[in-house]
Ligand binder design. Structure first.
Ligand code: GLY
Length: 300
């Protein structure tokens, strides 16, 4: 029987001006939720969904409630669930009326014959599959909408790299790996713009033969290099998840100046890794003896 493993991230960025204790409390809560699933014998898929739902609910993080608004003051969210046992995925992009985009991504994978739904069609699918639809404005925090209105009044644009996409990766007792990635995208993005997060191989990847990963950061950089697939398939004898994560980001940094990216990884061997090129990337993971550890700046 494989040992359970779990790691979550709250997004690569500078996190300037945030209360780090609160941020770390948020990622810890997500890891606790995912870990309680694994400890009870649940699957890696259940664990990453549960952990990501916690981050989607927490307004500190750029996913679900608390997502950045786009240029017209609306939330458009993207998510990807990957299953290392079947090499299947479910993805959604530019969804506007779903509280938990990662849960919709999972339903795309398990309840449809397709892989990827976007925009109104994705919201409509959610309703058909029994998910409640919410008003877009209920996904926006009062702080985010106030700041948007102030910028509009001043004709100002936002220039920040504060937070980012969230995600979770898990290995369960049956040796199955899964990843979940959920995001509101980048601040002030163009309406209809989609980043790396819902793209299989870029924003997330899982293959039981190698490992699983979830990425965060500037999607335009990550998706061009299929960061998650590149890192996961680098996990071989002698290259654990930490080494693969680091070499994947070193590769990105060698090809693109300041790629603004981060990644969390679990190897099929149970190794856990995290790396980022940004100033910070809050993570929480579970050690071999079941303790939950947190870090604002894991290995860079
Ligand atoms: N990594 C999130 C995005 O670029 O949308």
């Amino acid at each position: 029987m494989a040992a359970n493993r779990l790691i979550v991230h709250g997004g690569a960025g500078d996190w300037d001006g945030f209360d780090e204790a609160e941020v770390l409390k948020g990622v810890r809560a997500a890891a606790e939720a995912g870990w309680s699933v694994l400890r009870a014998g649940g699957t890696a898929l259940d664990a990453v969904e549960k952990a990501t739902n916690v981050l989607e609910d927490d307004p500190l993080f750029d996913a679900g409630f608390g997502s950045f608004v786009n240029e017209v003051g609306e939330v458009e969210m993207d998510a990807l669930m990957t299953d290392g046992a079947t090499i299947k995925f479910g993805a959604v992009a530019a969804v506007r009326r779903v509280r938990y985009p990662i849960s919709l991504a999972r339903l795309v994978m398990t309840r449809t014959q397709n892989c990827f739904f976007v925009a109104d069609g994705a919201d409509q699918l959610a309703a058909e599959l029994g998910m409640p639809l919410v008003a877009n404005i209920t996904m926006v925090t009062p702080k985010e909408i106030d700041q948007f209105r102030q910028r509009q009044a001043l004709h100002a644009t936002r220039n920040e790299k504060g937070t980012g996409t969230v995600g979770a990766v898990a290995l369960d007792g049956s040796g199955n790996l899964a990843s979940a990635t959920s995001t509101g995208g980048i601040p002030d993005k163009r309406k209809g713009r989609v980043g790396d997060s819902p793209i299989f191989g870029a924003g997330g990847y899982a293959d039981n033969q190698f490992g699983a990963a979830s990425a965060t950061g500037q999607g335009e950089n990550i998706m061009r290099f299929f960061l998650c697939q590149r890192v996961v398939e680098a996990i071989t004898a002698g290259v654990d998840a930490t080494a693969a994560a680091k070499s994947g980001l070193d590769y990105l940094a060698a090809r693109i100046p300041d790629p603004e990216a981060g990644i969390i990884v679990i190897g099929a061997d149970g190794s856990i890794g995290a790396a980022h090129t940004t100033k910070a990337m809050p993570v929480a993971w579970v050690t071999a003896d079941g303790d939950i550890q947190v870090a604002m700046r894991p290995a860079r």
